[in-house]
Design a protein around this ligand. Structure first.
Ligand code: NDP
Length: 242
């Protein structure tokens, strides 16, 4: 980006709720121009209105490469390109492994893994131009696996492996940071299609102590380090999570 005096530009996928919305707020507060990507246009328009200047909502499904390419063109035209990409869009469709959830499996791979990969290849030239940052939102499930979270964990383990490879490939032009949260109080469990699992997981989330803004603070901290320091990975859990 042509960043002589202009504030840095951060593109956040899944900015319509939870960790993505909180990250947009935190980075905007820190002086970034923020680009809000999600499918729910009403949500990102409302967030942009709340933030005021320097917030650009763009409707985009991360499984739709053409939509991401169009978004990247708008970011280039209106903001001069992206300095930061936060790959946050994701879905956690837990349940016992079964053919009944085969659509969920495809959906998680397409959003959590391929969506992040596609957004990154689409925005990579902009990130490389002038020293960028790539933040990949993985999960504790990117390091551990438990019964009934196999495909979700597979997507996050995939994000972890791909991120480490990219970290080596892109340094020092683009810093790559992996964020691995435990339970955070968001809408994430509400999309679970396996009813008994959804209810059980929701109970855990109803008692969630960590708020999305606390993850956003960590992301803002990582990004604020001087360019010679790269925080590669942050694993963070509620203090009472095993
Ligand atoms: P939310 O459900 O609140 O947010 C998910 C976001 O992803 C929404 O903004 C949603 O926007 C977006 N999204 C989903 N599908 C698509 C798609 N196809 N294209 C574009 N955007 C999409 O949950 P969280 O904030 O918790 O989740 C954010 C990330 O954090 C995920 O990657 C999740 O795996 C990860 N995470 C969350 C944890 C938690 O406990 N909450 C723990 C560890 C990791 P829209 O529907 O408008 O498109």
């Amino acid at each position: 980006t042509d960043s002589q005096n202009l504030p840095r530009v951060a593109v956040i996928t899944g900015a319509s709720s939870g960790i993505g919305a909180a990250t947009a707020r935190a980075l905007h507060h820190d002086g970034y121009r923020v680009v809000l990507l999600a499918r729910r246009l009403d949500r990102i328009e409302a967030l942009a209105a709340e933030l005021g200047n320097n917030a650009l909502p763009i409707q985009a499904d991360v499984t739709d490469r053409d939509a991401l390419v169009a978004a990247a063109r708008r970011v280039q035209d209106e903001f001069g390109g992206a300095d930061v990409l936060v790959n946050n869009a994701g879905t956690m469709l837990l349940g016992p492994f079964s053919s009944e959830q085969r659509d969920d499996y495809r959906n998680m791979v397409e959003v959590n893994l391929l969506g992040a990969i596609t957004a990154t290849e689409v925005f990579l030239d902009q990130l490389k131009d002038g020293g960028g940052d790539l933040i990949n939102i993985s999960s504790v499930a990117g390091r551990t696996a438990r019964a009934t979270n196999g495909v979700y964990a597979a997507t996050k383990w995939g994000v972890n492996g791909w991120s480490e490879s990219l970290r080596q490939e892109l340094l020092p032009d683009v810093r790559v940071t992996l964020i691995e949260p435990g339970v955070v109080d968001t809408e994430l469990p509400t999309h679970i299609t396996h009813e008994a699992t959804r209810q059980a997981v929701q109970q855990g989330y109803d008692a969630a102590t960590v708020k999305p803004g606390e993850i956003a603070e960590v992301i803002a901290f990582v990004l604020a380090r001087p360019r010679h320091l790269a925080i590669n990975e942050v694993l963070l859990r509620p203090a009472n999570q095993l």
